[in-house]
Every structure is written in structure tokens, then in C-alpha cells.
Design a protein around this ligand. Structure first.
Ligand code: SF4
Length: 71
């Protein structure tokens, strides 16, 4: 199955974050780096409105698996 079929996208109007759950190792690096945005226990679990685009870009770049990317 193509992993991209399961991609989820989240936008704040300025940038769009793509999350590919099949790549996510669930180690929670994003949660530790930017807990105001990445909230695994909530829905949606990515809440871009809680940080600046710069902070989001930085946290996405630190995702070790490539599960998070900017569109
Ligand atoms: S940092 Fe990336 S791989 Fe780790 S939990 Fe977050 S999205 Fe998944």
C-alpha cells in the first residue's frame, strides 16, 4: 500500500504540515520539541494555531523519521 494514501495535512493558512503515520516511529520528538502543537492525546493531534510558522518549521525539521514534512 502506498504510504501517501494515509497522509494527513494540517494548515495554518501560511504553511501546510504533512504527517505520514506509516513513517512515524511515535518516539514523540515533535511532542517534546513543540508540545503546544503536537498533542497525541487530542484530536486533531496537530494544532498549528498554537505556535508561529517558524517554530513549526523548526519542529518539523527535527522529526527523525521524515513522517512530518512541510508541503
Ligand atoms: S517526531 Fe516525527 S516520528 Fe517522532 S512522533 Fe513526531 S511525527 Fe512521529
Amino acid at each position: 500500500m502506498d504510504a501517501s494514501e494515509h497522509s494527513k495535512t494540517y494548515s495554518n493558512g501560511e504553511l501546510t504540515v504533512v504527517w505520514k503515520p506509516t513513517l512515524c516511529c511515535h518516539a514523540g520528538k515533535c511532542v517534546r520539541n513543540l508540545p503546544s502543537v503536537f498533542k497525541p492525546k487530542e484530536k486533531p493531534w496537530v494544532q498549528l494555531e498554537n505556535a508561529s510558522s517558524d517554530e513549526i518549521r523548526t519542529a518539523v525539521a527535527l522529526c527523525p523519521s521524515g513522517a512530518l514534512s512541510i508541503q
